[in-house]
Design a protein around this ligand. Structure first.
Ligand code: GDP
Ligand code: MG
Length: 674
């Protein structure tokens, strides 16, 4: 009887020792904080973390500091948990762990009898007793994972409120089996490995690796697995069970540390046979005191009470380390979810609503386009050059100008073309009249040669504008994907019309050039005169009968030319030169006229598009046919509804979590100041 009390005292001593660790949570450890009672210090923090776990913040991707029990099958995981919980279950009714079991131990000095509660499947709570806990867990397991041997990752929480138990929350996960036993699914190993990884991978998890003294540690599957996620072992603690069965060499095994356990080893002896919990502790203490081999192991490494104390220390440290980050994560996620919800489209009740929202979207699209295509403002796209509409169109116009200006026939045989045309158009008339038809033929050829350039330009511009309009529209209508394809079609048909109009304009422009050789531009005469000043020099070289002069000469506007081949046709050369002079001067005016005209045509087209046509076309498409188009906005795509629900739920959860951690942070800072 006296021995039994000693065991109980031991546990209580451990609890007192853990006070220091509890104060450490308040990060700044002060004397008064240490003096505060254990219940005031560590319990609320544990409660907070447990409440967060209960709220399932892990679903939001927030990891909680957790001690996870892993071990190969039959290594003694459940036995260790039973020992920590002080539960003496009838043998043969052991818990078969097929789902993660969150075991929440709460020391409660006022509890006359142990209070056990199971929580699972979305808030189901079942009260049970120590004698029935295995049955209750097995029944809950069957409900979650089926009655066979299958497993599941949906957890069960067991709350044990009892005098003398350490305040600890641990998660027991199904043991690792290499080979499926009868009735187990083929991929049982992968399934279990996946659950284990999920629990032990986060750096917030402490791995409690349960190893049987009867096996060679390096061969343990659980060692291999924990080493994958915690290579250095800095967050792994080993519990060696069944020391009574294999005491030989144990001291060497735990001192050699072949398997890199950073947090150290604790050797324990769990209940054997029909022993009660208290008897088991007495036997354990006796074993480590008297056994010739086991007694050599340092007392800081043996026994369930030592394990409980180590775990409480570790738990306090890891929580203290993680809490500030959890607060930050909760806040970040809350802001993110709230913003996302705010940006979701409003629920549309009737057609009027839909029309209003539709025009709102159209207005936003047109305003954006006006900024980027007409006014040359970036309109929120400062970093994306593709959206700098006026600059891009100006670039295209610039390209067109250089294309047209450089439209020259090859000058290898200077004036040969002119001579040929003159010969063919020579009528029965005086030789010093330049035949008008010769000029027309030459001009027509030149105009036709470049007629594709303005056509290409308008095509390029409208292709760019169409793409831009589509992008801007998609952006502003992202909440209504159900109308985007109608809008797309409206834009396509609008752009078809715009293109057709431009094609017609270009065609007329070309046709006009061919009607008459006219310009009021005074530059024409200036250029012609400047060129003609070189005619004498040119003729001198062509008429050079004794071939004493060089055949290569440099002329205004034409640069260096070779006149050698013209010497036998000296009669037509002067006229050919004049013809070329007129053509060159005239072409300058024509290019200017084209470039200016086309630029204004394009600008007007863009303006018309964003100021009138786009709105009309979209409205016709979506409001026509009895509003069939906009009415589609009334039935939101299912994804919107689901997303809204998800966000709302997530916000509620995060707000609750925020309150939980806010409370605890307040307490901590109050304790700090005290
Ligand atoms: P689990 O599969 O890892 O949960 O392992 P269990 O806790 O179910 O234990 C497997 C078997 O080992 C059970 O029969 C336990 O009674 C036995 N066992 C566990 N710990 C000890 C111990 O320290 N000593 C002895 N002798 N048997 C133990
Ligand atoms: Mg088990």
């Amino acid at each position: 009887m006296s021995k039994k009390r000693r065991t109980g005292d031991k546990l209580e001593n451990d609890v007192v020792d853990a006070k220091g660790a509890g104060a450490a949570i308040a990060s700044g450890v002060t004397a008064s904080a240490i003096a505060a009672s254990y219940n005031d210090q560590i319990r609320p923090v544990l409660d907070a973390v447990d409440r967060l776990r209960h709220l399932k913040v892990t679903q939001e991707g927030i990891q909680l500091p957790t001690i996870v029990v892993v071990g190969d099958q039959s290594s003694g995981k459940s036995s260790v948990l039973e020992s920590l919980a002080g539960i003496s279950q009838p043998r043969g009714q052991g818990i078969c762990t097929r789902v993660p079991l969150v075991m929440r131990l709460q020391g409660d000095p006022s509890a006359d009898s142990p209070k056990l509660q199971l929580e699972y499947s979305n808030g189901r709570v079942v009260t049970t007793t120590e004698a029935n806990v295995a049955d209750a867990i097995n029944a809950a397991t069957a409900e979650i994972a089926g009655s066979g041997k299958g497993i599941s990752d949906a957890p069960i929480t067991l709350v044990v409120r009892k005098r003398g138990v350490p305040d600890l929350t641990l998660v027991d996960i199904p043991g690792i089996t290499r080979v499926p036993v009868q009735g187990q699914p083929e991929d049982i190993y992968d399934q279990i490995a996946k659950i284990i990884k999920e629990y032990i991978a986060p750096k917030e998890s402490i791995i409690l690796n349960v190893l049987s003294a009867t096996v060679d540690f390096p061969t343990c599957e659980s060692i291999r697995m924990s080493q994958q996620v915690d290579r250095t072992g800095e967050r792994t603690l080993a519990v060696v069970t069944k020391v009574d069965k294999a005491p030989e060499g144990l001291l060497e095994k735990v001192t050699m540390d072949d398997v890199h356990i950073g947090l150290g080893y604790v050797c324990v002896r769990n209940r054997v046979g029909e022993e009660t919990y208290d008897q088991a502790r007495i036997e354990e203490a006796r074993l480590f005191k008297n056994h010739p081999l086991l007694s050599k192991i340092d007392k800081s490494m043996v026994g369930i009470p030592v394990l409980a104390q180590r775990l409480m220390q570790i738990q306090a440290t890891i929580i203290a380390k993680c809490l500030p980050d959890i607060v930050k994560q909760i806040n970040d996620r809350l802001i993110r979810s709230s913003t996302e919800l705010d940006q979701m489209p409003p629920d549309l009740i009737n057609t009027g609503d839909a029309v209003r929202v539709f025009f709102h979207i159209v207005k936003k699209v047109c305003t954006s386009l006006e900024k980027i295509l007409v006014r040359g403002e970036f309109g929120g796209y400062a970093d994306d050059c593709n959206f700098h509409g006026t600059a891009r169109i100006a670039e295209m116009l610039h390209m067109q100008r250089s294309c047209q200006r450089n439209a020259q026939g090859s000058d290898e045989n200077f004036l040969t073309e002119e001579m040929r045309v003159l010969e063919e158009t020579m009528g029965i008339n005086l030789p010093n009249f330049l035949p008008r038809s010769a000029f027309h033929v030459m001009l027509k050829k030149k105009v036709e040669m470049v007629s594709q350039v303005p056509q290409d330009l308008v095509n390029e511009v409208w292709e760019y504008v169409e793409d831009l309009v589509m992008k801007v529209l998609l952006q502003h209508s992202e909440n209504f994907p159900q109308v985007q394809s109608s809008c797309h079609r409206a834009i396509q048909s609008l752009m078809e019309k715009t293109r057709a109009r431009s094609a017609q304009h270009v065609k007329e422009m070309i046709e006009m050039e061919l009607v008459a050789d006219y310009t009021a531009n005074p530059d024409y005469m200036k250029t012609w005169e400047a060129i003609m000043e070189g005619q004498k020099k040119f003729m001198d070289s062509v008429d050079d009968k004794d071939k004493s002069r060089p055949s290569k000469i440099t002329l205004e506007c034409f640069g260096e030319v070779d006149v050698c081949h013209l010497r036998m046709h000296a009669d037509l050369a002067a006229q050919a030169f004049d013809l070329r002079a007129r053509l060159t001067a005239c072409w300058k005016s024509i290019v200017l006229r084209h470039v200016d005209g086309l630029a204004l045509h394009v600008l007007r087209g863009v303006k018309r598009l964003v100021e009138n046509d786009l709105e009309d076309e979209l409205a016709n498409k979506l409001l026509g046919n009895n509003m069939a188009g906009v009415e589609r906005m009334l039935s939101p795509p299912p994804s919107t509804g689901t997303k809204r629900d998800r966000l709302k739920k997530s916000i509620v959860l995060l707000q609750q979590s925020k309150e939980v951690v806010a409370n605890i942070m307040d307490r901590i800072s109050a304790a700090d100041e005290a």
